[in-house]
Design a protein around this ligand. Sequence first.
Ligand SMILES: Cc1cc2nc3c(=O)[nH]c(=O)nc-3n(C[C@H](O)[C@H](O)[C@H](O)COP(=O)(O)O)c2cc1C
Length: 186
Amino acid sequence: MTEKKVLIVYGSRFGATEGVAVKIAEIFRDNNVLAEVVDLNEKSNFDNFDDYNGLIIGSSIKIGQWTRHVKNFVRNMRLEIQKFAGPFGFYVCSAYAALDEQYAKVKEEYIPDKLTEFGISIAYYDAFGGIIDFSESSRMGWLEKKIMKLAGTQATGLPVESDYTDLRDWDQIEQFALGFLDLFKA
Ligand SMILES: Cc1cc2nc3c(=O)[nH]c(=O)nc-3n(C[C@H](O)[C@H](O)[C@H](O)COP(=O)(O)O)c2cc1C
């Protein structure tokens, strides 16, 4: 069997989506699948995906929105994505995905509902928790911290107890990565 190569592109604001992309790539490499991880902030121009057997897009969620770079990438590449023959996956990192009662709703709202607007259908997708970082070294600005403190945590019951809370479930992320590899066998 020829070696498979997966392109993982992501847009991350506070680091959660980036960390997931790196983890998925690690799992792929452990399973002898090549993974190229690209931060859409740095490179977003692709002519096509002919060099790749699989494609995964990851996005941060802020106020219900993907990052600007993810939006632009999906818009610009929609025809290539529509005709891409290999496995195609999408994930988001969203604080509310960590809440059992919100998970199913945000997973639909933040992935297939948005992709439909670009004429793209998706069969393999998941929503992971995010990072809530109120620390000094946080990538969140003061206003973002304030919004998150007011609306994000108290009202919704997110389990935020310290300055830095990582709501990602690494078992769930591993299952997503391994399940994606299974798509090559299907
Ligand atoms: C200003 C602000 C708004 C946010 N809005 C949402 C939201 O609408 N839904 C949600 O699930 N999480 C929301 N979050 C939490 C982020 O999804 C979480 O921080 C996640 O880690 C973002 O991914 P990233 O770390 O890759 O940027 C928000 C966070 C901030 C700071």
